[in-house]
Write a protein that binds this ligand. Sequence first.
Ligand code: F6R
Length: 244
Amino acid sequence: MKVIVVKDYEEVSAKAYEIMAELISNKPDCTLGLATGGTPVGLYKKLIEANKAGKLDFSKVQTVNLDEYVGIDYEHPESYHKFMNRNLFDHINIDKANTHVPDGGASDPQVACDEYNKLLASKTIDMQLLGIGGNGHIAFNEPGTPVDSVTHIVHLDERTIKDNARFFNNDMDLVPKSAMTMGIKNIMAAKKVLLLASGANKADAVFNTVEAKPTTKVPASVLQNHPDVTIICDEAAASKLTNK
Ligand code: F6R
């Protein structure tokens, strides 16, 4: 694992942009694995700026997203489909037919998971972008998720529901209680992994991911077994690392 510590959120976004933009420039038809949540928004803003300035072309880029809530309407502003459109896809020259988010609104979620697995099996993710949960989750793979898991339905942890209430008027009752998520095995199949972490509430998760023994209790720690992982964190998220 390569760990890059920078000053603050702005620098996390700038460094992540540098790395992702290099890939897109070198491989215009790359497949990106994308994440939602607060952390990647600064990076997405930079990708939009670069596209508008004519520096980055997304016309041949394909994307697969990590996860989607189950049980809220597709049109709900906090559905991850809407999030991706609002924060990235609506503002760049990507072909929406080349963008993929699990279908959390499917009448049969298990069939939708199986279809998403088939889609993932047909692609190689060149770079998988990840945030990290305060409990060490990656995508919605909560503590205890087996390493051989593929896209599946998950019941969200109490902590995840609490953390995500900020997107739902701070009302935990409004946060969906389950989601559809790529599994650990799908994430580990990516050629490169780029994990971003910002803020003191991620410090324990970052420490457990980087310096503790890998355990399924901290899903991100399993990334220690991936050959090409870069973690970019700000000083607050890195504050518990002993080796900086
Ligand atoms: C989002 C996702 C989650 C988030 C994580 C951190 O697609 O898969 O694992 O990356 O919950 O969320 P933020 O960035 O909001 O702190």
